[in-house]
Write a protein that binds this ligand. Structure first.
Ligand code: URA
Length: 256
């Protein structure tokens, strides 16, 4: 069986990673602006989006905010809140342990996720699984994995703001149900959505943020790491910061 060192070497991390000595505990919080409603209303009026019984944005958010897991899954599967419903093969709600301490948030399903209905099952997912293994963890065991969007954008393009806004109640409800001890935002879409900032990953990583009361660590998206070997070491530092934060949360004195 591979040791942790074997896995780190396999990831290309072993020669370069080092422990951070300190981290900044400033905690900006934020919610992405509600920009989607007029766009969605216009698209429905012009037939771009399928007609549906009019449910205003706030009523929908409140309704989704009260759903339990089964009803939430059914709602996601039937969702027509944005135009991605017309091009998806299936929705990709999320996978893992619903009582997990760790919640990983990616961007959106790609082709393989769209085909299988599970997040991070392609090449990027294999790297994510390897990084979890390096931490002694595995998907499904104290880990939950979701995306900001539950449907694949055509040709894997970057999600549009109104798509993110339409899907946002699902992500918020998943976080409220899981109550993770820590959230890891994988890449720009997740960081922007959860923190309400357009800042770069380079400027957000390496410190603790907050989503509501939950500590949140920002790191590079695994798909980006597949193309940028040097930043793998930084991502590994971020995961170690996340682990120290979870460990500290479990201690009454707050020290890791
Ligand atoms: N990239 C993501 O952000 N999510 C996936 O599920 C797959 C690739």
């Amino acid at each position: 069986m591979a040791t942790r060192d074997d896995i780190l070497i396999e990831l290309g991390l072993a020669p370069v990673w080092h422990r951070r000595r300190t981290f900044d505990a400033t905690m900006p919080a934020g919610i992405a602006p509600a920009t989607a409603a007029p766009v969605i209303a216009r698209e429905r009026a012009t037939g771009v989006l399928p007609a549906r019984s009019e449910e205003n944005v706030e009523a929908r958010r409140a309704r989704i905010g009260a759903l339990e897991w089964d009803a939430l899954a059914a709602d996601i599967a039937a969702c027509t809140a944005c135009a991605l419903c017309r091009t998806r093969s299936r929705t990709v709600p999320g996978v893992g342990d619903v009582a997990a301490d760790w919640l990983f948030v990616g961007e959106a399903p790609g082709a393989e996720e769209d085909a299988q209905g599970e997040p991070f099952v392609g090449q990027a997912g294999k790297l994510l699984d390897a990084m979890l293994a390096a931490l002694g963890m595995a998907r499904g065991a104290n880990v939950y994995i979701v995306n900001v969007l539950k449907c694949r954008p055509p040709a894997n393009r970057t999600p549009e703001p109104q798509e993110i806004e339409s899907c946002r109640p699902y992500l918020d409800r998943q976080i409220a149900l899981i109550k993770p001890k820590l959230i890891i935002a994988l890449g720009k879409s997740a960081a922007t959505t959860l923190l309400g900032t357009e800042s770069s990953i380079a400027s957000l990583r390496g410190r603790i943020h907050r989503y509501g009361g939950t500590p949140l660590v920002v790191t590079y998206h695994p798909a980006y790491l597949l193309r940028s070997l040097p930043d793998k070491a930084k991502a590994w530092e971020d995961l170690l910061l996340a682990r120290r934060t979870i460990q500290a949360a479990g201690r009454p004195d707050g020290l890791s």
